[in-house]
Design a protein around this ligand. Structure first.
Ligand code: FES
Length: 105
């Protein structure tokens, strides 16, 4: 497992998302939903759309894929609506010395 530093927590305030490349071909989005941090794969399970660029709701923690509109729960990665039905990967997030860090298995 590897810890990947994303950014200082101060650069990811509530209501924002930060997309980064954790490794080649492994884009991940980190969401700050009211102070809780969640990280999911930035690749829609339907057709590889840039999932974390979609609109999202901080209260119900749902992101909408900008390509065909599938909804995903950013807490679990679960696909909530068609056309997606396969979940996306999720990753643990922690704060280390004031930085947002994602754990990559
Ligand atoms: S690529 Fe996301 S819903 Fe089709």
């Amino acid at each position: 497992m590897a810890d990947v530093r994303v950014c200082p927590l101060s650069e990811l305030p509530p209501g924002t998302v930060r997309v980064f490349e954790a490794a080649p071909y492994l884009p991940i989005g980190v969401f700050n939903a009211g102070g809780e941090l969640f990280a999911i794969e930035d690749r829609c399970s339907h057709d590889d759309g840039p999932l974390c660029e979609g609109d999202w709701d901080t209260d119900d923690c749902v992101v909408v894929c900008p390509r065909h509109g599938a909804n995903f729960d950013i807490r679990t990665g679960r696909a909530l609506t068609l056309p997606a039905y396969i979940p996306v990967d999720t990753y643990p997030v922690k704060i280390v010395a004031g930085d947002v860090v994602v754990e990559i298995p």
